[in-house]
Design a protein around this ligand. Structure first.
Ligand code: FMN
Length: 380
C-alpha cells in the first residue's frame, strides 16, 4: 500500500469517527428511497448486490437450489439483486458451477430464480458474461489478439458472440428478469478488447478507443434492439487499471461512458477495489466515481463497487455521486447488510470467516470452497 493510500484511509476513518449519527441518517434516507431508471423501472432502494461468482450451479449451467437460496435470502434487503457472471455460450464458459444463460434449457431455473427474487420486492438482473481468453472450459479460447492457445476473434466470431449475448438477453427476459448487465469488466472478453495493451488489432476493432470499444457498443445496441424498452440494460466496466498496467485509462473510460450513455443504457456499473479512491495507477487525486459522475447524464445511473463495509462508507460513496451502493464481500457474510448497517455501532464481520458463520447465511460448501482457505482465501 502506498503512503498516499494509507493517509487517505486514515482520513476516511477519522471523518467517520467524527461524523454524528444524524448526518449519517440523512444520507441513508436517500439510499433507502426508490430510484427510477431510464427504462421506467423503479428499484426500491439504492443497495445493489454485486455480481458474485459462487459456483453453486449444476455442471450444465442449470440453477441449483444452493444458488437460489443464496440469492433469494439477500432479496428484500437489496433493492437490486444481480446474479453471478452467467455464461452466454459454451465457448465463453469460465468455470464449473457457473450459471448458464446459453441454452433454452436454462430458462426454467432462471424463471424460478427471478420469481424468488422479485416476490421479495427486489429488482432482478442477470450478469451476461463471456470470459474471452479466460474461458477455461472452452475448446477454443477467443480474445482480441492471438497468443499461444488463444485465437484472435474473426469478424465471424464477433458476429456470433454478439448474437449469443442477444439470445441470452432474450432468455433472461423470457425468464421474467427485469434486465441484464453486460460484463465489460475484470479482465474478461470486453476488457480484453477495451485494453490498450491486450488489443493490438489493426482492423476496426483495434487501435484508438473508438475502435476498441466498438465490440461492446455494438453488443449493447443489438441487445437494446431485441428486448422491450422497459428492460434494464446495465454495463459493468473496470474504469481504470488497479493492480497492474492493462491499458485501461480513465480518459478512455470517460469516452466509453459517454458513448454508452447515448445508447439507452440504464446503469453504468464501476468495478473498483476502493470505490471512493482516485485511479491507483494514474496521476490524479479525484476519485474515479466523481470523474465519471461529472460527465454522466442524470438519467443514466451510476453504481459503484469496492470496499464498502459500513454505513459511513456508503454515505461517502453516495456523496461522491454513486446512485447505487454495490456490496460484494460484506453481503456474503451479512445477508441483510442494508438493514444491519443501521444499527448504531455496527461492526462488519471482515474475512477470514468461519465455515459455520458462512453456512448460517446460505453459503453452501461449494461456495465456501471457492472463497478459499489459507492466507489468500476468505475462509479460516
Ligand atoms: C467471491 C467473489 C466473486 C466475484 N464474482 C464476480 C462476478 O461474477 N462478476 C463480477 O463482475 N465481479 C465479481 N466479483 C467482484 C465483485 O462484484 C466486487 O466488484 C468486488 O468484490 C469488490 O466489492 P467488495 O469490496 O464489496 O467485495 C467477485 C468478487 C468476489 C469476492
Amino acid at each position: 500500500m502506498t503512503l498516499s493510500n494509507t493517509l487517505r484511509e486514515i482520513d476516511n476513518l477519522l471523518s467517520c469517527i467524527i461524523m454524528n449519527n444524524d448526518q449519517i441518517t440523512d444520507n441513508l434516507t436517500i439510499l433507502d428511497n426508490p430510484i427510477k431508471l431510464k427504462c421506467g423501472k423503479v428499484v426500491k432502494n439504492r443497495y445493489f448486490l454485486a455480481p458474485l461468482t459462487n459456483v453453486q450451479s449444476n455442471s450444465n449451467g442449470t440453477l441449483h437450489e444452493d444458488e437460489y437460496n443464496w440469492l433469494t435470502s439477500r432479496a428484500g434487503y437489496f433493492g437490486m439483486i444481480s446474479t453471478c457472471a452467467a455464461y452466454v455460450s459454451n465457448e465463453g464458459k469460465a468455470w464449473d458451477g457457473q450459471l448458464g444463460v446459453a441454452e433454452d434449457k436454462h430458462i426454467q431455473g432462471l424463471t424460478k430464480l427471478s420469481n424468488g427474487i422479485k416476490s421479495k420486492g427486489s429488482t432482478a438482473i442477470v450478469q451476461l458474461h463471456h470470459a474471452g481468453d479466460r474461458a477455461t472450459l472452452s475448446p477454443q479460447k477467443i480474445s482480441a489478439t492471438a497468443r499461444n492457445d488463444v485465437k484472435a476473434a474473426t469478424h465471424e466470431d464477433i458476429k456470433r458472440i454478439k448474437s449469443d449475448f442477444v439470445k441470452a438477453g432474450i432468455r433472461c427476459y423470457k425468464a421474467g428478469f427485469d434486465g441484464i448487465e453486460v460484463h465489460g469488466a475484470n479482465g474478461y472478453l470486453f476488457t480484453q478488447f477495451l485494453s490498450k495493451t491486450q488489443n493490438n488489432r489493426t482492423d476496426e476493432y483495434g487501435g484508438e478507443i473508438e475502435n476498441r470499444a466498438r465490440f461492446l457498443l455494438e453488443t449493447i445496441d443489438e441487445i437494446r434492439a431485441s428486448v422491450p424498452l422497459n428492460f434494464i440494460v446495465a454495463v459493468r466496466l473496470s474504469p481504470v487499471d488497479i493492480f497492474e498496467n492493462r491499458g485501461l485509462l480513465l480518459q478512455d473510460t470517460l469516452k466509453v461512458v459517454q458513448w454508452l450513455s447515448k445508447r439507452k443504457v440504464d446503469i453504468i456499473h464501476l468495478s473498483l477495489r476502493d470505490a471512493v479512491a482516485p485511479p491507483p495507477l494514474e496521476n490524479s487525486t479525484v476519485p474515479v466515481v466523481q470523474s465519471i459522475k461529472q460527465i454522466l447524464p442524470s438519467d443514466v445511473k451510476l453504481a459503484t463497487a469496492g470496499g464498502i463495509w459500513t454505513r459511513c462508507d456508503a454515505k461517502k460513496l453516495s456523496e461522491l455521486g454513486s446512485d447505487f451502493i454495490v456490496i460484494g464481500k460484506a453481503a456474503i457474510i451479512h445477508e441483510n447488510w442494508p438493514e444491519i448497517i443501521k444499527i448504531t455501532n455496527f461492526e462488519p464481520n471482515k474475512p477470514p470467516w468461519t465455515e459455520e458463520a458462512l453456512k448460517q447465511v446460505n453459503v453452501s460448501n461449494k461456495f465456501i470452497k471457492y472463497l478459499g482457505k489459507g492466507p489468500n482465501g476468505l475462509v479460516k
